[in-house]
Design a protein around this ligand. Structure first.
Ligand code: ATP
Ligand code: MG
Ligand code: MG
Length: 581
């Protein structure tokens, strides 16, 4: 980026900053409370709370990060969002030096605006939005004509100084102070007057064309309350708050690169300390969208169950889906700091989840679409030991073990049964013997009971003889005391990796598949007790054999004690990469 004259701090400002800050290095994370935080914000937090300091070799004890609500647009901001942001920052494990609100500076910002008027660097303007657009267009055309060696007065003549530089630019300071005061007192209607910065219509950067610093808005504010009817614009507020909070490194995403110049101009105009501004690339992730506007649309149009729907790329959605803060932070750390524009492969996130969850998850057997099996020769086996001890994790003894008991009724998943047997198929079929896991014996399917063409029940024989034939495989099963549950299997939210402008038509109709009558082995009963679940924590991860990693959903009301209630699981991620639907 070009060195800007007004980006430089005077020796006095530097000395003062050093005096108050010493060796402290400060960053900030400034989300607007106009939606929930998403995985892109997680990357930004990882940068501001950790990675930036590492890159700058700042020792632990000197690192400070301010968590700031960038709340200058009351139309879109709510208390719900304010609360959710705070929880998500904490959940990810970040501890801010302090939490601030841009709106806490409203009085100061107003006083600084008055100062700019007094310096002749700001003026009240009654041009309409459309007039301002015309003005901006014309200025842009003239600048580009000039830069290609043409005479702007020939190519794009100015019809009247009312248009460019605009009819209000030369209003007296006294009159400007009077109008601004009336704006503040609610004398004027919305959309009539703004306060604009007297910048430079000949700049190559259109963000220097007399930015609007204040506009009239008769909306109460979710944090500041009812006191204001003029609100400062983002561009005016942001740099000033950074400076007031003694931020050393102000990190934003690349679209803001052209806003660097007004950022510094404002601080120059007010002779305030100027932080270092850095831009990094915005995170985009395949098969999802990361714009709050689009995420809000998904929620409002009921495409999803809410901001915390497990398909949402929000922090609360990821949490509900079974992602842990370790997974999210590891993913962000692995991304590092980049300026190249990046659309991250979805599988990167999924693989990080698999790596982390394989170490901690307890195993359980589940039948998503269960078929009941009755063992016809059960009498012959009564008296033998039919309770088996199963390791909670095949690789980690410390996760303990549980037992399952075989009785005359058991359940298998419909994917383990076919009416037609074939050479390459290992599962159960009519008149075929297949092994059952843990028990080790074979079951032979003698009879199939169907209901409307759907296999409902099988009558099988148990063969536990020494000389029984060796089966091709041993299938999973759920014992008769299994718990009925609902299992929600999640796939990509979109059918295309990079949703286009027609994104709503690209939503995946199979992004959520609900198995409403699944059944799970009872070993998980205590683990999934609703009274022990916490909406704001990651709940225990389970690995359902062959099907993936799952977590208990918030809709669960299951009580371990009473052995009743509704039990719902969400699939976090499949065991291996699957072909995208
Ligand atoms: P949106 O356009 O979705 O509203 P935003 O940038 O306005 O996004 P903020 O809540 O203002 O959202 O962002 C807070 C901080 O998080 C900013 O510093 C911003 O740069 C950063 N951030 C937001 N989205 C991303 C992303 N996708 N990747 C990286 N950083 C992001
Ligand atoms: Mg925004
Ligand atoms: Mg923003």
């Amino acid at each position: 980026a070009r060195e800007l004259e007004w980006a430089k701090n005077s020796p006095e400002l530097l000395a003062k900053h050093k005096e108050t800050n010493g060796d402290i290095v400060r960053t900030r994370f400034p989300p607007e409370p106009n939606g929930y935080l998403h995985i892109g914000h997680a990357k930004s937090m990882n940068m501001n709370f950790s990675l930036a300091f590492e890159k700058l070799n700042v020792p632990m004890e000197n690192r400070r990060t301010i968590f700031r609500y960038d709340d200058t647009n009351p139309d879109a901001e709510t208390k719900e969002y304010i609360d959710s942001l705070k929880r998500d920052v904490a959940w990810l494990g970040w501890t801010p030096e302090r939490t601030t609100y841009s709106s806490d500076n409203f009085v100061k910002l107003h006083d600084l605006a008055v100062q700019l008027i007094k310096k002749g660097l700001a003026y009240c303007c009654d041009m309409t939005k459309l007039e301002m657009e015309v003005q901006r267009e014309l200025a842009m055309k003239r600048v580009s004509a000039k830069s290609s060696g043409k005479d702007p007065d020939d190519e794009y003549p100015i019809p009247s100084p009312d248009v460019l530089p605009g009819r209000n630019r030369d209003t007296s300071i006294e009159r400007n102070l009077e109008i601004f005061d009336k704006m503040k007192r609610g004398i004027y209607d919305e959309g009539t007057w703004t306060l604009r910065l007297k910048m430079d219509f000949e700049s190559a950067n259109p963000n220097m064309y007399d930015l609007v610093a204040y506009r009239i808005k008769f909306t109460s504010h979710p944090h500041a309350g009812k006191g204001w009817c003029i609100y400062p614009a983002y561009d005016f507020t942001h740099g000033i708050c950074d400076s007031l909070e003694q931020i050393d490194y102000s990190i934003c995403t690349l679209e803001f690169e052209t806003r660097r110049e007004p950022y510094y101009w404002i601080l120059w105009a007010l002779d305030m300390f100027r932080p270092n501004v850095y831009e990094m690339s915005r995170l985009n992730c395949q098969y999802t969208v990361l714009s709050k506007r689009r995420l809000l649309k998904l929620v409002n149009a009921n495409y999803v169950r809410g901001w915390d729907d497990p398909r949402m790329p929000t922090i609360s959605g990821l949490r509900r889906r079974g992602y842990t803060k370790e997974i999210v932070n590891k993913f962000c750390n692995d991304l590092g700091a980049t300026r190249a524009s990046n659309v991250i492969e979805y599988e990167k996130l999924a693989n990080t989840a698999r790596t982390c969850l394989s170490e901690t998850s307890q195993r359980a057997m589940v039948a998503l679409d269960p078929i009941e099996i009755t063992i016809s020769n059960w009498k012959e086996h009564e008296g033998t030991t039919l309770t088996f001890s199963v390791q909670n994790s095949p690789t980690d003894d410390s996760l303990g073990e549980h037992s399952i008991t075989l009785t005359s009724t058991l359940y298998i998943d419909s994917s383990d049964f076919r009416l037609e047997d074939s050479e390459e198929y290992y599962g159960l079929a009519p008149n075929k013997a297949v092994g059952i896991k843990y028990h080790g014996g074979n079951i032979i399917c003698d009879k199939v009971i169907q209901d409307n063409g759907k296999v409902k029940k099988l009558i099988c024989r148990l063969d536990n003889a020494e000389d029984r034939p060796k089966p091709k495989t041993w299938i999973s099963w759920v014992p008769s005391d299994g718990i009925r549950c609902e299992v929600r299997v999640y796939n990509h939210l979109f059918t295309v990796a990079e949703p286009s402008d027609l994104w709503e038509e690209e939503l995946n109709p199979e992004s959520e598949i609900v198995y409403a009558d699944a059944i799970i082995d009872p070993s998980v009963s205590e683990l999934v007790d609703a009274s022990k679940l916490d909406k704001w924590q990651s709940n225990a991860a389970l690995q359902f054999e062959r099907m993936g990693y799952f977590v208990v959903d918030l809709d669960t009301t299951w009580s371990h004690e009473k052995k009743e209630g509704k039990l719902v699981f969400n699939r976090t991620v499949s065991l291996r990469e699957e072909i995208a639907i």
